[in-house]
Design a protein around this ligand. Structure first.
Ligand code: AMO
Length: 437
């Protein structure tokens, strides 16, 4: 059904200000709440830009309009025609006094939570009707911040000369040794969902020098933690003629820019979520793996040289380093085949993880750019170089030194918002138990 004659929006909620008092407007949106107080009815309407107060006076409004308005439930989608009034007590210093009402849709049922509730049903219950859960202003705030983060990252990388690319998500072989892949039937062949754009972004750095991709990656690791999902959004960056120091600097500047832009442009959302966000001080602290290892040993935390740090070890490191910091120079055995061993000590690698407290947000490093070393590293990690022929072939035609990183966008959102469950910062999370909605 087309929008009925005369019921196209003239103003968004954000446009309703004291400066346009007296103007006739048409506003559209979803009802968040209806409150009747004597001969007055207050409706809070939510649209793309936030909320707006709509008021009807019994003695000044057509009786049917007043009755219909007071009878509305939350989650009704309506249009209101009226006049803008400057009202000091109203949320924006202005409200719309109702002349006419159009109801586009009324709910058949109501969700088991109020739009402004502080205590909510379990996330699992809310995920069953996730789009309805996302109508809550605080849930919206999370994803408006996410949008700003993405905008900031894109602008930052484009300003630095990177071009945005998209690489295949259906692939023929693993890119990260070890990590489990989701298999799928590709016509009559076995294929997999991509766990990282790693090899493609490296290849593309030989053609375009500076590339980035923001897209989904799929991880079939059977983790059941508040930090892991089976499908995430990864911010992948690759840069030619650069080493791990260069890309660490790029990464810290990128997160600084994202946080600066969120502070500048999302003050309402930060307030709604009661977040006190601070810009990180650059350069971020750099801790080598060996330094972290020695500190943990001294504190009697169990660590085994050459392996990733366990959850208790990361928790301890997080207590000692509450903000953003890097752990650098990881043992070569702990990193994938494409990470470059240090020339002065090949047991260590030119690699890093970006941490926020105990949470790993990103990893990256300088890459191997010699074909023969790459083939040797594949073999040493128990991978079959034949399966990577399509990749090794490119290296035969020459490959510049290059470096890069992958940042987990959901993990970064956890760091910014302080929300401890990754599912809350993901629109439609995928994990071992969830494949819908
Ligand atoms: P890595 O495997 O460390 O590196 O992944 C990069 C970042 O992605 C996030 N991440 C996850 N987040 C939630 N759930 C998961 N299951 C999950 N797995 C990974 C983390 C992690 O730091 N190719 C390299 C990057 C590179 O070297 O450029 C890679 O994928 O925040």
């Amino acid at each position: 059904m087309p929008i009925p004659e005369g019921w196209k929006r003239s103003h968004f909620s954000a446009d309703i200000k004291p400066s346009i008092k007296g103007e006739k407007v048409t506003v559209l949106g979803m009802v968040l709440s209806v409150r009747k107080q004597g001969g007055l009815c207050f409706v809070i309407l939510q649209d793309r830009y936030g909320t707006l107060q709509v008021t009807a006076h019994k003695d000044r409004t057509e009786p049917q309009v007043f009755e219909r308005l007071t009878g509305l439930k939350a989650h009704s989608y309506i249009g209101v025609k009226g006049v803008v009034k400057a009202i000091e007590k109203a949320p924006r210093g202005a409200e719309v006094e109702v002349d006419d009402l159009y109801v586009f849709s009324e709910p058949k049922r109501l969700p088991p939570f109020d739009m402004f509730a502080k205590t909510l049903p379990s996330l699992d219950k809310r995920l069953e009707i996730r789009a309805v859960d996302l109508r809550r202003p605080t849930a919206q705030a999370v994803f408006k911040i996410r949008h700003q983060v993405l905008q900031a990252i894109r602008s930052f990388l484009v300003e630095k000369g990177f071009i945005e690319v998209n690489t295949p998500k259906i692939i023929g072989s693993a890119t990260e040794g070890g990590a489990a892949l989701f298999p799928l039937l590709y016509y009559d062949k076995e294929a997999f969902l991509a766990q990282s754009p790693q090899l493609y972004k490296e290849q593309l750095s030989s053609a375009f020098e500076r590339v980035f991709e923001i897209g989904p990656v799929f991880r079939a690791e059977k983790f059941k933690t508040p930090r892991h999902l089976s499908e995430i959004t990864s911010v992948d960056v690759e840069m030619a003629f650069a080493d791990y120091e260069d890309v660490m600097k790029l990464l810290e500047e990128m997160i600084h820019r994202a946080i600066t832009d969120v502070l500048d442009k999302c003050s309402e959302e930060l307030k709604a979520l009661e977040i006190e966000l601070e810009k990180p001080r650059l350069p971020l602290k750099r801790l080598t793996y060996n330094e972290a290892y020695k500190t943990l040993k001294k504190l009697d935390v169990e660590v085994s040289w050459g392996e990733d740090f366990s959850t208790p070890a990361l928790r301890k490191l997080g207590e000692l380093n509450p903000g953003f910091y890097f752990i650098t120079d990881w043992p070569t055995v702990s990193k994938p085949f494409y990470i470059k061993p240090r020339e002065d000590n090949p047991r260590l690698s030119e690699s890093f993880d970006l941490m926020h407290g105990s949470l790993e947000l990103a990893s990256g490093g300088s890459r191997v750019s010699s074909r023969d070393l790459l083939a040797r590293r594949l073999r040493r990690q128990g991978l079959n170089p034949k399966l990577f022929e399509y990749h090794l072939r490119v290296y035969e035609y020459g490959m510049p030194p290059h470096a890069g990183f992958g940042l987990g966008l959901e993990r970064f959102m956890m760091a910014i918002t302080g929300i401890s469950n990754i599912r809350e910062v993901t629109l439609f999370p995928r994990d071992q138990t969830r494949l819908t909605p």
